[in-house]
Design a protein around this ligand. Structure first.
Ligand code: KG4
Ligand code: ZN
Length: 344
C-alpha cells in the first residue's frame, strides 16, 4: 500500500484524523488518492462485553490512543509532521466526547506547525471513500451511506453538491444488525458476525417484512423489522437452535438488503441517475454488495463500493475529503466546534 512520494513540491500531503465513534484512526494520503498509511486502533474488544458502544469509555480510550495512532501513521508513511500540507479531522456527526479528542489533537498540530485545519463531515467522508479507489470518477451519482449510526440517501450533483433525499426514520441498518446480534448473544459488531453466519443459512426459509419498501418516498425504517425478529423468536424458540439460527439470520439480513437495494435503485431510476456509490460499515456486507452488483447490471447502473477496509470508519476517507476541500480553499479556523448531529 505504501507508495513513496514522487514530487514533494507539487504533491499535497494530508493528515486525516477520525475519532467520531469507537475507532481511533489516522492516515497520511497524498493528492487525495495515495494512501501512505492507514492506522486504526479498534475498540471492538472493549465494547463487545456491553453489546454496543459506551460513549464515555470510547472517549477515554481515544485519549489513550490518539498520540500513538497519529505517530504511527506518520512513521508508516515516512512523512515528517513538517511535510504535511494540512490536517483534516472529523468534527460532525458523532459522539461528542470522541469527536473532541480527534479535533483537539488536529487543532494542536495545526496551531504548532501553522498548517491549515480542515473540519469534515463524517457522512460526506464516507461518500469520498469511493474516490480513494476511483480518483477520476465524476460527480453526478446517488450516494448511500449505511452504517451503525446512519442510513441516508443523497443525490450528489456533478459539482459534488449534496442533497439528502432519504434517511432512516428510526434505527440505522447497522444498528438493527447490532441489536439483533446482541439479542441473540452473538457479539459485536453484529453486522460482520451476521454477514458470516448468514452464509451458512437458507435466506428464503424464514421470511421477514420489508419495511417501507414501496411507500413512495426514499426514507427507511428498521426498528419494526428488529421487533418482528424478536416476536418471531418469542413465538418459536426453536428458531434459535442449531441450523435454524443460520436460516433466521439469513432471512433477517435479506430483508435489510432487499430494502436498501430496491429503494436505492428505484431512487436512481426516478432521478435518472446512472451511478450509485455505496459506503459506510454496512457497505462491507457481502450479500448487500452482491445484490447491488446484480441490480446494477440489470438496470445498467454503475455501482461503486469501496474495498472492505474503507467501508468501516477510517482516516483515509477523512484525508481524501480534506484534500478536495483544501484544493478548493475551504479551510477552517482553530475555533471549530464538534456536533453530535449534522445533516448534509
Ligand atoms: O461506518 P461504521 O464503521 O461506523 C459508523 O459510522 O456507524 O459502521 C459500523 C456498522 C456497525 O453497525 C456494524 O455492525 C456494521 O457497520 N458492519 C456491517 C458489516 N461490517 C460492519 N454490517 C453488515 N455487514 C458487515 N459485513
Ligand atoms: Zn462511519
Amino acid at each position: 500500500m505504501i507508495k513513496k512520494r514522487e514530487n514533494k513540491k507539487i504533491d499535497t500531503y494530508i493528515l486525516g484524523v477520525e475519532t467520531s465513534c469507537d475507532d481511533t484512526c489516522a492516515s497520511v494520503v497524498v493528492n487525495g488518492r495515495d494512501i501512505l498509511s492507514n492506522v486504526s486502533a479498534s475498540q471492538n474488544d472493549i465494547h463487545k462485553k456491553y453489546g454496543g458502544i459506551v460513549p464515555e469509555v470510547a472517549s477515554r480510550r481515544h485519549i489513550e490512543m490518539i498520540d500513538t495512532v497519529i505517530q504511527e501513521a506518520l512513521e508508516q508513511s515516512r512523512t515528517g509532521l513538517e511535510e504535511i500540507d494540512a490536517v483534516s479531522v472529523t468534527n460532525r456527526p458523532g459522539l461528542i466526547g470522541s469527536l473532541l479528542v480527534g479535533v483537539c489533537a488536529a487543532k494542536a498540530i495545526s496551531f504548532v506547525l501553522d498548517k491549515p485545519l480542515i473540519a469534515v463531515n463524517h457522512l460526506e467522508a464516507h461518500l469520498y471513500s469511493n474516490l480513494l479507489v476511483n480518483p477520476g470518477v465524476q460527480g453526478g451519482f446517488l450516494g448511500l451511506v449505511v452504517s451503525g449510526g446512519h442510513t441516508s440517501l443523497y443525490k450528489v450533483g456533478k459539482d459534488w453538491n449534496i442533497e439528502e433525499i432519504g434517511h432512516t426514520v428510526d434505527d440505522a441498518a447497522g444498528e438493527a444488525f447490532d441489536k439483533i446480534a446482541r439479542y441473540l448473544g452473538l457479539g459485536y459488531p453484529g453486522g460482520l458476525i451476521i454477514d458470516r453466519m448468514a452464509k451458512k443459512g437458507d435466506e428464503k426459509l424464514v421470511e421477514f417484512p420489508r419495511p417501507m419498501i414501496e411507500n413512495g418516498n426514499f426514507n427507511f425504517s428498521f426498528s419494526g423489522l428488529k421487533t418482528a425478529v424478536i416476536y418471531r423468536i418469542k413465538k418459536d424458540k426453536s428458531l434459535t437452535v442449531g441450523k435454524n439460527m443460520w436460516h433466521l439470520i439469513a432471512g433477517f439480513q435479506l430483508a435489510i438488503v432487499d430494502v436498501l437495494v430496491r429503494k436505492t435503485v428505484s431512487a436512481a431510476k426516478k432521478h435518472n441517475i446512472k451511478k450509485i456509490f455505496i459506503s459506510g460499515g454496512v457497505a462491507a456486507n457481502s450479500r448487500l454488495r452482491k445484490e447491488f452488483l446484480k441490480e446494477g447490471r440489470e438496470n445498467k447502473i454503475e455501482i461503486y463500493a469501496p474495498p472492505l477496509f474503507l467501508c468501516t470508519d477510517n482516516a483515509p476517507m477523512v484525508a481524501c475529503l480534506g484534500y478536495h476541500r483544501f484544493k478548493r480553499g475551504l479551510v477552517d479556523n482553530l475555533d471549530i466546534d464538534v456536533y453530535s448531529r449534522s445533516d448534509l
